[in-house]
Design a protein around this ligand. Structure first.
Ligand SMILES: Cc1ncc(COP(=O)(O)O)c(C=O)c1O
Length: 396
């Protein structure tokens, strides 16, 4: 039996074994569950913990549907107080998991972000937003008709300068960035934001489930839950579902419930979906090996790419962006991946800055050493077989 080791968020070394892993049947893990049209190695999925095909979650949802049907598909505004006990219970459970006072379920991560900023910012509010923050956070600024005051990615000095210039407002960041895989310097940002009397919004869509105790995210991992005012979590990544959550203080969440336009003018997630979320929370707590394996796989692949000469040092967690340059240069690399049966995501503007098109790889728990060797082999051959003259990732 082969043993692998990964460092857990608490810092202890945790082992998982192939035996333990195979117990859950590789065929049910996303990257193994392919049709003849699928690629051999899956580096495109957001299903980091490989739960999308998990029979236990599927059975839970089916059972709920059989017992209760779809339930009442109405706007949540009608059911905060009565009529949606399962949703209310999930919110309480989720808040506890991420050490927040209260939580509100939304229809998606996109709705969580647009609704939050629309509800809490007004046209006079300066919104200090990291230039790489997710599009839905930028959209929220538009919904609020507020003033975006972007700062350079993860750049504390620039944030500090802008707050000094424009005064108290909202500081808006991702905990783990979806294209670069960089982690925000959370403690420094919180310090500067608080010093400038700002309110802090952290999007934990990519970190929830993979970082922190029981997957509670990076804010909890860093012990900053009392200082960060709002966290948003899209459930489309590690939770492998459709939905979102906003967490914060009791007062603020009560305000959000009745003021965020998506909470009023769009239909809520349904009971069977919530039954699925609950099962995912159970599995995250019971099977920490999934997130340890994601960390291990990321560390192994990143190290291998660095050794080949790819500059992927920006990647701190399970997302690795290989920046090529313009779209024309990126296309042959994408085609090379496809030809070699690896599925990764080509990203170009507006998802990246101009001239920074990339191939984005997301790392999941189903990858084995042989898969990582295969990816590295393809990346090594790409360096020999493609014209790499202008590749940004090779420039020092
Ligand atoms: C950082 C981040 N926030 C929010 C979202 C939106 O989440 P959802 O897909 O649940 O609407 C995404 C999705 O890509 C994301 O990457």
């Amino acid at each position: 039996m082969k043993n692998h080791f990964a460092i857990s968020p608490q810092g202890e070394t945790t082992s998982y074994s192939n035996h333990e892993y195979k117990h859950y049947n590789r065929d049910f893990l996303t990257s193994r569950n392919r049709t003849e049209y699928d690629y051999r190695i899956e580096l495109q999925t957001n299903d980091y913990l490989c739960l999308a095909q998990d029979k236990r979650i599927i059975d839970t949802k089916i059972k709920h549907l059989k017992n209760y049907g779809h339930g009442n598909a109405v706007s949540r505004i009608f059911t905060h107080d009565i009529g949606a006990d399962d949703l209310n219970h999930f919110e309480t459970r989720f808040a506890k998991r991420v050490k927040a006072e209260d939580a509100v379920l939304t229809m998606s991560g996109y709705n969580a972000n647009t609704g939050l900023i629309q509800a809490f910012a007004c046209p006079q509010t300066p919104v200090y937003i990291d230039q790489y923050a997710h599009a839905s956070l930028w959209e929220g600024i538009l919904c609020a008709r507020a003033k975006a005051r972007p700062f350079r990615h993860n750049n504390i000095e620039d944030l500090h300068k802008k707050i000094r210039k424009y005064g108290p407002g909202l500081v808006v960041i991702d905990a783990l960035y979806s294209t670069t895989g960089t982690i925000a310097p959370l403690a420094d940002i919180v310090h500067i934001a608080k010093e400038g009397d700002c309110t802090i919004v952290v999007d934990e869509t990519h970190s929830f489930g993979c970082q922190g105790p029981d997957g509670a995210g990076l804010v909890v991992e860093k012990g900053l839950e009392k200082l960060v005012d709002f966290r948003t979590i899209g459930l489309s990544k590690a939770v492998a579902a459709r939905g979102g959550v906003v967490v914060g203080s009791k007062n603020n969440m009560e305000f959000f419930r009745y003021e965020a336009r998506p909470m009023i003018f769009s239909t809520s997630v349904l009971g069977y979906e919530v039954a699925g979320f609950n099962k995912v929370l159970d599995i995250m707590a019971e099977e920490p090996w999934r997130r340890f394996k994601v960390k291990y796989n990321h560390a192994t692949l990143k190290q291998g790419l660095l050794e080949l000469g790819y500059n992927v040092s920006a990647s701190d967690a399970q997302i690795i962006g290989i920046v090529i340059g313009d779209n024309e240069a990126t296309t042959p690399f994408k085609e090379f991946f496809e030809k070699n049966e690896i599925s990764a995501s080509p990203f170009s503007p507006p998802a990246t800055p101009a001239g920074k098109s990339m191939m984005r790889m997301t790392i999941n728990a189903s990858l084995e050493q042989e898969d990582i060797d295969q990816i590295l082999n393809v990346c090594e051959r790409a360096l020999k077989e493609l014209d790499t003259t202008d590749w940004v990732c090779l420039q020092r």
